[in-house]
Structure formats: C-alpha cells, structure tokens
Design a protein around this ligand. Structure first.
Ligand SMILES: [Zn+2]
Length: 176
C-alpha cells in the first residue's frame, strides 16, 4: 500500500502515534542527553608487562590514541604501542596506590627540606631516587621548585622576612 492510498484519518493517526512515541521516549530520558555505554571495538593488552590482561577499548579511546600518536610523530617521537596504553582494573588500582605513595614521599621530602631551610641550616640534606644530596639554601630552593613546590618565591620572601625581623628583636632585647 502506498502513502497516497492511505485514508487521511489513518495518516493523522500514524502522525499522532509517531509524535507520542517521540514524546514518551523523551520522558524515558533518551532525549537531548541520550547516553549509551560506549561500545567496545577492540581489546588491548594491559600495559603492565607482567600482566597483559586484555582490556576492552572504546572507539573514543582508539581515536585519542591515534590523535596522540599523530602528535608524537609530528614531533619525531616514538609512537605509543597499543599494549602501552591501557591499565586493567587491578593494575590501575595498584598504580593509583603507588602514585599516592610517591606523592606522600615527595611531600615528606619537601617538608624535611623546608624544615632545614627554616632552621637556617648551612648545609641542607635530602635523599632522592638518585641518592643522598647536600646543598646550600639556593640549591635546596631549586630542588623544591623541581619537586613542584607551588610558591617558591613566596616561601623565600617569608624566610627572608623572618630573618630580617628575628635578629633585630634579639638585638633590641640585648640592648636593654
Ligand atoms: Zn593489568
């Protein structure tokens, strides 16, 4: 049966049904903010060499990986292989744990150097992955900056201010 043969009333009814179907789908939350779980297109090995569990990969992930590699190629850098990208769930969890442990260690190391600078130590010592280090205050400030201290200039300023006020107080007291 062609459209032309349809009774106008039937057409009107079909239109109404199509409209109400659309409407009811909107109320099911499939309107403007439609969401579906990302389909997986392939599987890549977990990036931990000892693990190699296969991990589902979404088209979005493949696309970002390709984009990233195109950028690396543009900079004459080695592209990232597909088995160097994904973490499986358990390795991801372990990695996150190791990372927060690294951050904690870094924070401890910074705090220790800051304490020595505040104490006015002439030689400041710290330990890093490459071994024991010792340096003067400027080297310690440089190290803090390398480790990601958010406000080295502010810290230097605060130390300087403290040193400028403390001895003068002492002198005053001594003079009395
Ligand atoms: Zn894994």
């Amino acid at each position: 049966m062609s459209k032309e043969e349809l009774d106008p009333e039937v057409v009107a009814d079909l239109r109404l049904r199509a409209y109400s179907e659309k409407d009811s789908s909107r109320s099911r939350g499939e309107g403007a903010y439609d969401w579906k779980p990302a389909p997986t297109v392939t599987q890549w090995k977990c990036r931990v060499p000892a693990c190699k569990t296969f991990v589902d990969v979404t088209p979005d992930a493949v696309e970002s990986w390709e984009m990233f590699n195109r950028e690396l190629a543009r900079r004459d850098e080695r592209p990232v292989a597909s088995h160097e990208v994904m973490w499986c769930a358990s390795c991801a969890e372990m990695h996150a744990g190791a990372q927060s442990q690294r951050l904690r260690k870094m924070a401890d190391r910074m705090a220790d150097v800051i304490r020595q600078i505040k104490a006015g130590d002439k030689v400041i010592r710290w330990r890093s992955s490459s071994g024991e280090h010792a340096g003067d205050e400027n080297e310690a400030f440089a190290a803090l900056k390398r480790w990601g201290h958010p406000d080295i200039e502010g810290f230097k300023q605060a130390i300087g201010d403290k040193r400028n006020t403390t001895p003068s107080k002492r002198e005053r007291r001594g003079g009395l």
